[in-house]
Design a protein around this ligand. Structure first.
Ligand SMILES: [Zn+2]
Length: 220
């Protein structure tokens, strides 16, 4: 059955991003998941549950709607579809979500510590810090409530003893957030070994975020 508005290119983005997550070392095996929303149709494309990334083809991608109903697909969607769709319903600026099980960020999530704003890239695109949301079991509607609350208006949140959730206006942006969060967690841990890490001041964070929003890049 052909449903109007379903786009092959969006399915392919799920496949390609999953493979990039694995090659960047942000997740292993079948864990983690990816979703993308098409702002034209509001349809949400999501990774199938429990399949190794290298085996997933565009045909396996599941298409859902904002009511968490399956619109098209012969596979079961990722068990974390609740929080993917709950975030998209809460944040109209978010069209892509990547959930990873990364090493260094997870050291913060198992000790329930924030990842503080210690580097320029992090402060500009992620937020002042990344916190842990309230704990819930994977795949539950309760976890979706906690992830949305913990994320707030930042672009990343950690799930305690589990992993991170990174969001963006598009899939490249969300992947960049995942990469920068994990890099900052790694730097912070190394810096702690070397000495006392300095966190960027609130006023400098504000200045960098203002610059990133208004002036950074070509043609602004
Ligand atoms: Zn997970």
């Amino acid at each position: 059955m052909e449903t109007k508005g379903i786009k092959q290119e969006y399915k392919q983005r799920i496949v390609d991003t999953g493979n990039k997550m694995v090659s960047l070392g942000l997740t292993v095996g079948t864990w983690g998941n990816v979703s993308v929303r098409d702002p034209e149709t509001d349809l949400i494309y999501i990774k199938p549950s429990g399949m190794p990334y290298h085996e997933i083809t565009a045909d396996d991608v599941v298409v859902m709607n904002s009511k968490m109903e399956i619109v098209e697909g012969h596979r079961k969607p990722s068990i974390e579809f609740h929080f993917h769709i709950a975030i998209m319903n809460a944040r109209k600026d978010v069209n892509a979500i990547i959930h990873t099980h990364p090493i260094y960020s997870s050291a913060f999530s198992v000790t329930r510590q924030d990842i503080p704003g210690i580097s320029e890239d992090f402060v500009q695109i992620v937020g002042d810090k990344v916190t842990n949301c309230k704990y819930s079991l994977p795949g539950t509607p309760e976890l979706a409530v906690n992830v949305v609350e913990g994320l707030g208006d930042r672009n990343a949140v950690m799930i305690p003893n589990h992993g991170t959730v990174c969001v963006g206006s598009d899939i490249e942006g969300a992947l960049k957030i995942c990469h920068v969060v994990e890099k900052s967690a790694h730097i912070y841990i190394l810096a702690k070994i070397l000495g006392t890490p300095e966190v960027i001041s609130d006023s400098d964070m504000d200045a960098m975020q203002f610059f990133a929003r208004n002036y950074y890049g070509q043609g602004k």
